[in-house]
Design a protein around this ligand. Structure first.
Ligand code: FES
Length: 123
């Protein structure tokens, strides 16, 4: 008897797509985790218990406490911030041009290997 008809079968058969993402705390501690495609970079951190991303609004682009810094080589694949994201980032004083809201970066296969850094504080 196999797994036919069970959730396990569907899960394995679907070939779960994940991207390996490295989150680097401000102090230099690295966390490398597999994040499921379709999640946000923020969800990948929160669901894996990675410190440094607060995400007070739960991913609604309203709090600005999920900031990460995206290296230039990943800029194209992670896309650019929308006007709403830019406005939310302006809530926090942070002049770093690499900043993005991690709740607004959707994980895809293309982001396998992504490296993001967290600020010393989200406030
Ligand atoms: Fe609040 Fe991203 S979680 S802006």
């Amino acid at each position: 008897m196999g797994f036919e008809g069970t959730a396990d079968c569907v899960y394995a058969g679907a070939g779960l797509i994940v991207a390996k993402i490295t989150y680097i705390e401000a102090g230099g501690i690295e966390h490398v985790v597999d994040v499921e495609a379709g999640w946000s970079v923020m969800q990948g951190a929160v669901r894996n218990g990675i410190p440094g991303i607060v995400a007070e609004c739960g991913g609604n682009c309203a709090c600005g406490t999920c900031r990460v810094y995206v290296d230039a080589r990943w800029k194209e694949k992670t896309g650019t911030a929308t006007d709403i994201e830019e406005a939310t980032m302006d809530i926090r004083e942070d002049a770093d041009p690499r900043k993005r809201l991690s709740c607004q970066i959707k994980v895809t296969e293309e982001l396998d290997g992504l490296v993001v850094r967290m600020p010393a504080s989200q406030y």
